[in-house]
Design a protein around this ligand. Structure first.
Ligand code: IVH
Length: 715
């Protein structure tokens, strides 16, 4: 992208690689700008046909230059039909996802975890509802006074799209719930799907009409739902199976299986293969049986889901970040395909570590075209252990090899085998670079990092001077999970970085006032409106929550969950920052206090110490904090007697497991810590309590028995 006057864009076929990159960025901005006007401002500025043209051009360029496809590209929004733009709906209860099990041992572990968490003995039976995992689109249907009022897609789990008018055309979705005593508010959740037969027939019609051909039934269901004209949705045969719920003003049953029967009484279809199982053996037998039936079913499934039947147990088990402890998806084996490995390139990550990426002859694996695979590290390529477990033993990978590629669900595709018979004489062994591909060409180190991990990873030693690392950090900083700045996706970051306008996070916030110098609105691809929108979204992010801020710093081992734990633990930026600086000076009390926070241990502390111990990072943070206001973390709202208190469990507990005790404490707004300090409010001590009890006495902390604790929390 160069600072040239605006002119009409050249034909896709005539674009050079450099022009394509610029054009993709320009189109991304334009499409996102139109989406914003359409969704948020309710004021579209161009016709649907013109919007479709933009998307078509964008897709055509990406198809010619697939190397420019990034995770946040408009083309990667699954199933987005050209004109399918809908209003956003916030889910009253988030739509979460499921943890996956692939091997039978994973199922054994899942049941074992539940047993331990609930403190059940081996002889206690756990009933499960075992259900096929339908490969469609999850949908939340809200009924008020028994009438369907809103139908929303899952979206990001917090916010979905309003597809009510289209959903109303589905025969399987009752517009009014049947039966008596229907709760005032019912959110029925389940899966919209298209049968395989209907999918094939639809593709025939689409082909004849010269319209989009769908890759699989899931995409065709998504495309059919995201039509602006409900008449089109009505002409596409979509089905719906109910299997879950969101907000319910009253619960009509106390078992998962009871809820499924209730859905049926209300007029829904539920999956006929759903079965009650009472042991791990029965779950695994169910999985095998369904896998045998899979090909013969008229709808796609990608595994089975096991759910603890008792809803009071589901409640006690709760969630670990965004997946329930009480359910798991036992997936079917991954899909595979054979292709040729053309090249290997090095990708430099945010923390400097190298990931070799295999460039494949594009191949379809389970309905998706795969052209990049992760090769993990040098040992994996040489076939000597590390992450190499995935690769068949005794195999190494060479450029030119015919390889077996595997893709399982959302997991990044991998090479799992090499067809040795087809290895050409010209196949080239890959030699890991000795220098970083970044312009600094720094020496590469292999081995321990500051936190003593990632042993087999090669890393760039350029650290903060390596432009690849800086750019990756900026991408993370502006991404949806961190500062979430609209109009500042990966391509825009790359452009601003290449121009030298944004080289560290604070620069993003000073961009508007520096614009007089570089006049972004005069740059090809930007106009006054898109610049105004970009600057408005930057302004909107000057106030940021503490957990997002901590996550956005990009410290190793500090993901979203850890950032949230730190934000909750310290409450304010000042408290957290002070603690970090003390940790870098090996202040024992500060380290103990951090260590006492749930989920924080040596690795995270070492990483925080390494980060804040580096003056360059302190500079970045200092300049950034001058630009933004970091909001204190709200303590979890609770009127419980233990809200805001810090509690330590020690010794053996008899009525609940340690995990359950901690989960209850956190649900009630208390902080469950791992060690005792003078900031601890309660120590709950069971039989066998040792040093922590002694510590409690030393600091004069209130000590409770398990029963006293249960009484205090009212359970
Ligand atoms: S239960 C808290 N049951 O799988 C989780 N999900 O990875 C509630 N799915 O987004 C989901 N069949 O789209 C559940 N019988 C089933 C399902 C099912 C398909 C999908 C659903 C969800 C995804 C979770």
């Amino acid at each position: 992208m160069t600072a040239k006057p605006k002119k009409s864009p050249p034909a896709v076929d005539a674009l050079t690689k450099a022009q394509a990159k610029v054009e993709l960025m320009r189109l991304t901005l334009e499409i996102e700008g139109h989406d914003k006007r359409y969704y948020q401002d309710d004021a579209p500025k161009i016709s649907d046909a013109a919007y479709d043209e933009l998307r078509k051009r964008f897709n055509a360029i990406e198809a010619r230059f697939p190397e420019f496809v990034t995770g946040d590209s408009p083309s990667q929004k699954v199933g987005v039909a050209p004109s399918g733009r809908f209003k956003k709906v916030r889910h009253a209860v988030p739509m979460l996802s499921l943890d996956n099990a692939f091997a039978e041992e994973d199922v054994v572990d899942f049941v074992g975890r539940i047993r331990r968490f609930l403190k059940l003995g081996d002889e206690d039976e756990i009933d499960f509802s075992a259900e096929p995992k339908i490969d469609g689109l999850s949908m939340s249907l809200r009924y008020e006074g028994g009438e369907l009022v809103t139908a929303a897609t899952r979206g990001d789990g917090t916010e979905g799209e309003d597809v009510t008018a289209n959903i109303r055309t589905l025969e399987d979705v009752p517009k009014k719930l049947k039966g008596r005593n229907i709760p005032d508010v019912c959110e029925v959740r389940g899966e919209v799907y298209m049968t395989k037969q209907a999918f094939l027939a639809l593709n025939e019609r689409q082909k004849a009409a010269g319209e989009t051909i769908f890759a699989n039934p899931r995409n065709s269901a998504a495309g059919s739902l995201r039509q602006k004209d409900p008449g089109i949705t009505a002409s596409r045969p979509l089905g719906f199976f109910a299997y879950a719920w969101g907000e319910m003003s009253d619960m009509p049953a106390d078992l998962q299986s009871g809820m499924i029967s209730w859905f049926e009484r209300c007029g829904f279809k539920t999956n006929p293969l759903t079965k009650q199982c009472h042991s791990v053996e029965q779950l695994i037998a169910f999985h095998r049986k369904i896998e045998e039936q899979r090909a013969g079913l008229d709808y796609d499934i990608d595994g089975v889901v096991y759910k603890v039947d008792r809803l009071d147990w589901q409640e006690r088990l709760g969630f670990v970040s965004r997946t329930p402890r009480w359910a798991i998806a036992h997936k079917f084996p991954a899909e595979r395909a054979i292709t040729v490995l053309r090249d290997i390139e090095i990708q430099v990550g945010r923390t400097g570590s190298f990931t070799p990426v295999g460039k494949l002859e594009p191949v379809g694996v389970g309905g998706v075209i795969v052209q990049n695979v992760t090769l993990h590290n040098e040992d994996y390529i040489r076939g000597i252990g590390g992450d190499g477990e995935q690769l068949r033993e005794g195999r190494d990978i060479r450029i030119g090899d015919t390889v077996v590629v595997q893709r399982a669900g959302d997991v990044i595709p991998q090479i799992v085998d090499v067809v040795i018979d087809k290895r050409p004489k010209t196949a080239k062994e890959y030699h890991f670079p000795k220098k970083c591909p970044c312009p600094l060409h720094t020496d590469v180190v292999r081995g321990e990092t500051a936190t003593g991990e990632e042993g087999s990873r090669a890393r760039c030693t350029g650290e903060f001077a390596c432009p690849y690392q800086k750019i990756e950090h900026l991408k993370l900083f502006a991404s949806r999970r961190a500062f979430d700045i609209d109009g500042l996706g990966e391509k825009q970051i790359e452009f601003f970085f290449e121009q030298g306008w944004v080289t560290e996070p604070a620069d993003i916030f000073t961009l508007p006032k520096r614009n007089a110098k570089f006049k972004l609105e005069e740059i090809e691809g930007y106009g006054e409106t898109s610049v105004r929108n970009l600057f408005a979204s930057i302004e909107a992010r000057r106030n940021i929550s503490l957990e997002r801020f901590i996550f956005a710093l990009g410290m190793r081992h500090v993901g979203e969950t850890t950032a949230l734990a730190l934000a909750r633990g310290y409450g304010s930026w000042t408290a957290f920052h002070d603690a970090c600086l003390k940790v870098t000076k090996d202040d024992e009390e500060a380290i103990a206090e951090m260590d006492a926070l749930d989920q924080i241990g040596d690795t995270v502390i070492a990483s925080i110490k390494a980060y804040f111990g580096e003056s360059h990072n302190r500079g970045i943070v200092e300049r950034l904090t001058k630009e933004v206001t970091i909001l204190d973390t709200e303590k979890p709202k609770s009127n419980s007697a233990v809200a805001g208190k810090t509690v330590v469990f020690t010794g053996s507990l008899e009525k609940m497991t340690r995990d359950e005790a901690k989960a209850t404490a956190e649900r009630l707004g208390a902080k469950a810590a791992g060690s005792v300090s003078k900031k601890t409010d309660y120590v709950v001590a069971g039989p066998g309590a040792g040093s922590k009890l002694a510590e409690a006495k030393k600091h004069g902390v209130t000590v409770l028995t398990e029963d006293e604790w249960l009484k205090l929390v009212g359970e």
